[in-house]
Design a protein around this ligand. Sequence first.
Ligand code: THU
Length: 134
Amino acid sequence: MEIVEELYEKAQEVRKKAYAPYSKYKVGAAIYSEEGHIYEGCNVENISYPCGVCAEAGAISSMIAGGDKKISKILVVSDGENLVYPCGACLQRIAEFSTNETVIYVADAKGIQKKHLLQELLPYAFKEEGLLNE
Ligand code: THU
């Protein structure tokens, strides 16, 4: 199976576990890291609405907790009427762990619909290398 197909299946699986009682909008995300592992995340809402966390943020946390550092590909899936693109905050979160080749796939119940470089969706990401003290 191609890696993107695997990402789609994993994102669909985790999407079912999303905790979205307020919006009723379930989102799943799956990352293929540069290091060669798959990580998943789903949205987790909260009765205090702004405390909710997007699926992409969950997948990124899982990748970092798993010891990997860079996102090679990230796929986001929902099944609304419109395709769900990562929100602005999540694009910035992805940018933190991206390379010039990081790809974002956008999918719905029918399959993968769009493929973009992160650079296309967030061409001027805030990335001040000078702030890194490593
Ligand atoms: N959501 C995500 O998980 N990812 C996105 O890229 C867009 C929005 C979630 C947040 C909230 O739980 C629900 O979708 C409705 O906004």
